[in-house]
Design a protein around this ligand. Structure first.
Ligand SMILES: [Fe+2]
Length: 453
């Protein structure tokens, strides 16, 4: 048996990869699964092959975990590696220095748009998979997507369009793309940014795209050594940019902000005064470097992501609000909650529009943030159990913003089997727990795919 203590943090405990693929039918359910949950919950995350260490949590090959719910039952669970070119041994960077966008680990997110299920990772093309988790192949929107694709595209709930971007190591460092509700990529625009930053997410509002140009930058001297060749660059500065969604527009108005890093956006909207309000999980420089070091990134720092520095009062990453005022060019910043936070989610029928509730994962549970009352409520997952991203599913007959369910995979630090936790989002109470047949590693992002969209 492997000595767990010698393994990096991202390969042991709740992060430990599973060694094989499983199929299990008729899972045990505690509590009562709502009958209107008819569909599949899919979640993606890195799962290195047995004995493999890719050098960074973010670079392990993607594995999908899927659970089929119908009629109050959990019909099946299965897990599958995504059969990418990378998994077959083709390197992302070829010997001649060119990049094979199809050799992505495809390990970060899984979405469905225009009836196509896509596994996403920001360094390359999406991978098309079936609702049963079998890999079809790399997907480039009929040859129109010629850049990588973010793992965090945004579907507008009114127009049905999918907004996305791709980043590259060489100019253009950033390209915006728009895909119609029917799945046709229509609009690609290079966006002028000064360098190849690690842009993991962005935001949309009703009329705008919001960019985050932050000081974690590609360092060519680190490339080819395994792991993630990005590090904090104090001299880069930090800016948020606002660009019109109007087709053809590439002008971006930039707003300088205090240096920070953001992996994940909660949501954004335009307020009554025409200001752009962005809610996201913010890492201060020290918090970022500790978290980055823990998962394999180059920082020169060690330590635990959740332990604040002496004299450093806040958690490394917290929910934060930026308000950008086009009338004055000024930015207001405020902390929305002082709890450690990651993986923000919301009711996606309100993407780009004002929302009252955000959900995040803290070290000890799932937090529901009420942005109107400035309060937070936690559902604790004590002991060795850790909740993954909580995906909000609207109730079939619900009208209130928080009428629905939160789906979250529970991973264990002690090798216990995983669970799918179903919370009533309004009450933040346990509705049901689906018992899974083996441990599920802590991973990244997932989606609920209703049977009848
Ligand atoms: Fe992400």
């Amino acid at each position: 048996m492997t000595d767990q203590t010698t393994l990096p943090l991202y390969l042991r405990g709740r992060f430990a990869p599973v060694p094989e693929e499983y199929d299990t039918a008729d899972l045990t359910v505690r509590g009562s699964l709502p009958p209107d949950l008819d569909g599949r919950y899919l979640r993606n995350g890195p799962n290195p092959l047995p004995g493999e260490d890719k050098g960074h949590w973010f670079t392990g090959p993607g594995m999908l975990h899927g659970i089929r719910l119908r009629g109050g039952r959990a019909e099946w669970y299965r897990n599958r590696w995504i059969r990418t070119r990378e998994l077959e041994g083709h390197p992302f960077v070829r010997r001649d220095g060119s990049v094979d966008l199809a050799a992505t680990p495809a390990n970060t997110h899984v979405i469905r748009h225009a009836d196509t299920v896509l596994a996403l990772c920001e360094v390359g093309l999406p991978y098309w998979v079936t609702p049963e988790l079998e890999t079809v192949g790399p997907y480039d929107f009929g040859g129109r997507l010629r850049t990588a694709m973010t793992a965090h595209p945004k579907e507008d709930p009114v127009t049905g369009e999918l907004h996305l971007f791709g980043t590259g190591f060489a100019p253009p460092y950033l390209t915006y793309h728009r895909v119609t509700a029917e799945g046709e990529l229509l609009d690609s625009r290079p966006i002028d940014v000064p360098g190849p930053t690690m842009m993991h997410d962005f935001a949309i509002t009703e009329h705008h795209i919001v960019w985050m140009d932050l000081p974690v930058v590609f360092d060519p001297s680190l490339a080819g050594r395994g792991g993630m060749p990005y590090q904090w660059d104090e001299g880069y500065g930090a800016r948020l940019g606002v660009m019109s969604r109007t087709p053809g527009s590439t002008d971006v108005r930039w707003y300088d902000i205090d240096p920070c890093y953001v992996f994940h956006v909660g949501n954004a909207h335009e307020d009554a005064q025409g200001r752009i309000v962005l809610d996201a999980v913010r890492y201060d420089p020290v918090g970022f470097q500790h978290a980055w070091g823990d998962i394999g990134g180059p920082t020169g720092l060690g330590g635990l992501a959740v332990v604040p520095e002496p004299g450093h009062s806040q958690a490394p990453s917290v929910l934060h609000r930026w308000t950008l005022d086009p009338a004055t060019g000024r930015v207001a910043e405020s902390e929305l909650d002082d709890r450690a936070a990651e993986f923000p989610t919301h009711n996606e029928t309100l993407t780009g529009r004002p929302n009252r509730y955000l959900y995040t994962v803290s070290g000890d549970g799932i937090v529901k943030h009420d942005l109107t009352r400035h309060t937070g409520q936690i559902h604790e997952t004590p002991g060795s159990r850790f909740a993954g991203e909580a995906v909000f599913v609207p109730a079939a007959d619900g009208t209130g913003e928080d009428e629905g369910w939160l789906l979250s995979l529970i991973s264990n630090d002690d090798g216990e089997a995983g669970e799918l936790l179903v919370l009533d989002a309004a009450e933040l109470s346990v509705q049901a727990v689906v018992e899974l047949p083996h441990p599920v590693p802590a991973g990244f992002h997932g989606s609920w795919l209703p049977e009848r969209p």
